[in-house]
Ligand binder design. Structure first.
Ligand code: GAL
Length: 344
């Protein structure tokens, strides 16, 4: 009995330890506004970003900012603080907490001053979606001249989520200017580009071609005259949500969200979803993306807290979205447990 029961006890202890280990692996905390480090202990440099889930990993793409920030003095109507655009970075994670640097997946073009990808130009708010039909990863971003006068979208494709992305060029969606932008892939496989247009006075939703690399020609201007930017779109229980900021450059302002039954339908303005200290200034931050936790009815609102005079040290604010009572709310939390094991 002695040996058998010892073996049995040993197995029980090992199983218990394994399950404890498993539980503690699920304890991942998000501490917004702090310096976030990657798995090599380097500062995460992925601003204005978005996240793609693909085959068990989350991929976070963002603006890889140069280390020094300068102000473009020739722009005198607003504070045009700039950092060199050093390409699009990518970090991968199985748990939204430990992020491995996968490198610069869309590289800057240092030799050609006239390229959209030259570090002196604007490359902002990159977003990536996967096209099942073509097997390609498609990246859209805002490309602009250093003074933001050009207002275009840049498109690139890759065979793998970690790139390298091949730049296809820039375009004005449906012939209109385009600045802050995002992508949304619907459950039926159709994909949409959403951007601020008409010098940020309105937003435009464009249905993309089947390969996601260009507008299909079907589009709608929404929130016309509302002056919104930093769009982030997601869908929950058949309702589409659009989170935006106002237009005050790098300075924070009040967020607002709108809902619709179809992306090209009527959008109903719902007001500011933020609650808690500095809710009227989006916790000193600006929206960039809403991340759906894979397989769960849980959503994370991603914001950038811009440090306009030191852009590379802008920090990330990630907060859970609450839908209790039918309203969407985003409450400030100093630190919260991602609790990936929790399915609600
Ligand atoms: C913000 C925009 C940012 C960046 C900045 C430049 O309004 O959301 O992505 O373009 O202006 O001032």
């Amino acid at each position: 009995m002695g040996i058998k029961s010892n073996i049995f006890l040993g197995i029980v202890v090992i199983l218990m330890m394994a399950s404890c280990q498993h539980t503690s692996n699920r304890e991942h905390y998000i501490t917004s506004g702090q310096a976030w480090l990657d798995t090599d202990s380097s500062l995460i440099n992925a601003h204005g970003g978005g996240v793609l889930y693909y085959k068990g990993l989350y991929y976070w793409y963002g603006e890889y900012k140069g280390d020094s920030t300068y102000r473009l003095e020739q722009v005198d109507t607003w504070e045009c603080w700039r950092a060199d655009a050093r390409g699009v970075s990518c970090y991968s994670s199985p748990d939204l907490s430990n992020w491995k640097f996968e490198g610069i997946v869309l590289k800057p073009v240092k030799e050609d001053h006239s390229s959209d990808l030259h570090p002196s130009q604007v490359m902002e708010r990159p977003k990536v979606i996967y096209n099942e039909k073509t097997g390609k990863f498609v990246l859209w971003m805002h490309v602009d001249s250093p003074d933001y006068g050009k207002g275009m979208a840049g498109v690139a494709v890759a065979d793998r989520p970690t790139g390298p992305f091949r730049y296809l060029g820039s375009l004005k969606p449906n012939g209109f200017d385009c600045r802050d932008q995002t992508l949304f892939k619907d459950t039926d496989g159709k994909a949409y580009h959403i951007c601020s247009t008409d010098w940020n006075k309105s937003l435009m939703v464009s249905l993309l071609s089947d390969d996601y690399t260009k507008p299909s020609g079907q589009y709608k201007r929404i929130l016309v005259g509302q002056k919104r930017e930093a769009p982030a779109v997601f869908k929950r229980n058949g309702t589409y949500y659009l989170l935006t900021s106002g237009c005050t450059g790098w300075d924070p302002n009040e967020a607002s969200y709108a809902t619709a039954d179809s992306l090209m339908g009527e959008w109903r303005i719902q007001g500011n979803p933020c609650k808690g200290p500095k809710a009227d200034k989006t916790f000193d931050a600006q929206s960039t993306f809403v991340l759906k936790i894979e397989g769960q009815d849980r959503y994370i609102a991603m914001f950038d807290r811009w440090n306009k005079q030191d852009l590379i040290h802008s920090s990330y604010i990630w907060l859970p979205i609450d839908f209790d009572g039918g309203e969407m709310t985003i409450e400030w939390k100093d630190r919260w447990n991602l609790n990936l094991g929790n399915t609600k």
